[in-house]
Design a protein around this ligand. Structure first.
Ligand code: DAH
Length: 343
């Protein structure tokens, strides 16, 4: 075995057993440093004959290149090992890979976006309001009297204790977590000069017990259209158009008389479905709607003889459950990726 082969074997053996960065530095100095055998050989080249120079030069450079490469490889391995040692027992191999493909938007976000884009296409603007509200915007201004069950303590989260039993002036009432996005009706009427159309998406809160169809917080989209000659026919036409766009098929619809303090007349809209999730050949209730009560317009300083409006309120969870055939509302909030990845 020539000297080069012996030197190479010795260096490779040293690299194999090297276990830390300072040992590696020593190896590098020993085999490639200014006082190493290889560098001495390089310096010696000039004393050799031209032929010897070529063959010796090639051997020295080959070994030098190989050792540089192997030392760099070992340095990388030691660096990785050192990082893993530092992390030690805190590594959780079951964690999700952060470089995995990005999961799609949450089904509730997708449903909200789908609803909003249909209304944007009909000329509606998007208006948002605060989640912490006053009783005025959530109840009084919407013609919900103080003794209405929706205001009772079991339905509403009050931020500073119990509600009072008398109607108060705007700005004097308690703060609550809004129970409905209808609050944005009044805020929009206060802020904008009619005619206009808005849809208001948002989170609402109720002191409900959680089960397959209820949660203490959920999402709604409120709609309001105000103009001079607005009638129930406009309301029905708008919602029929929405149903067809949202579900992607034409369903028979009907307005069933109902009661909401802020609309008169009030309706619940039903759609007749042949096959939708668990529903077959049946009418299902989808949302509330109606012509805005004259008292609500008056509370916003508008003359009900001059202006007419219709309003509607969707539950985003309800629509998402119908669209995707989901039977338990709690699935939306569990953040189980196996569920979320289906959308
Ligand atoms: N705010 C109602 C609720 O939370 C839904 C609703 C019904 C909104 C009728 C409306 C409406 O604007 O006209 O149950």
């Amino acid at each position: 075995m020539d000297t080069f082969e012996a030197l190479k074997n010795e260096a490779m053996e040293a690299l194999k057993t090297c276990s830390n960065v300072s040992q590696l530095q020593e190896i590098k100095t020993q085999y490639l440093g200014p006082k190493s055998q290889l560098i001495a050989c390089l310096k010696n080249l000039k004393t050799l004959s031209p032929e010897e120079k070529v063959s010796m030069g090639r051997k020295v450079n080959e070994l030098k290149g190989l050792l540089e490469q192997e030392i760099a490889k070992k340095a990388q391995q030691l660096h990785t090992q050192e990082r893993l040692n530092k992390l030690g027992a805190s590594i959780d191999p079951s964690l999700l890979n952060p470089y995995a493909p990005i999961t799609p938007l949450h089904p509730l976000t997708q449903t909200r976006n789908r609803i909003l884009s249909i209304f944007k296409g009909l000329g509606y603007a998007v208006a948002e309001g605060p989640e912490i509200e006053t009783e005025w915007f959530c109840f009084d201004a919407l013609n919900v009297p103080p003794n209405h069950p929706a205001r009772a303590e079991q339905d509403t989260f009050f931020l500073h204790g119990k509600t009072s039993s008398t109607t108060k002036q705007k700005g004097e009432e308690s703060f609550i977590l809004r129970t409905q996005t209808s609050t944005v009706q009044i805020r929009s009427l206060d802020q904008h000069k009619p005619p206009f159309r808005v849809v208001s998406p948002g989170r609402v809160f109720r002191r409900d017990t959680v089960d397959a169809t209820h949660n203490f917080n959920f999402h709604q989209i409120e709609g309001l259209c105000i103009d001079k000659d607005i009638s129930v026919a406009d309301l029905k036409g708008t919602l029929d158009f929405f149903v067809e766009k949202f579900f992607g098929k034409r369903f028979e619809t009907r307005l069933r008389p109902s009661f909401f303090p802020f609309t008169e007349p009030s309706f619940e809209m039903d759609i007749f479905v042949h096959d939708l999730g668990k529903f077959h050949d049946t009418w299902i209730e989808v949302w509330g709607c109606g012509m805005v009560n004259p008292n609500v317009l008056r509370n916003a300083g508008l003359d009900p003889n001059e202006w007419h409006a219709f309003a509607f309120g969707f539950g985003v969870e309800r629509l998402a459950m119908l669209l995707y055939g989901i039977e338990d509302i709690r699935r939306f909030y569990q953040n189980d990726v196996r569920f979320l990845n289906q959308f």
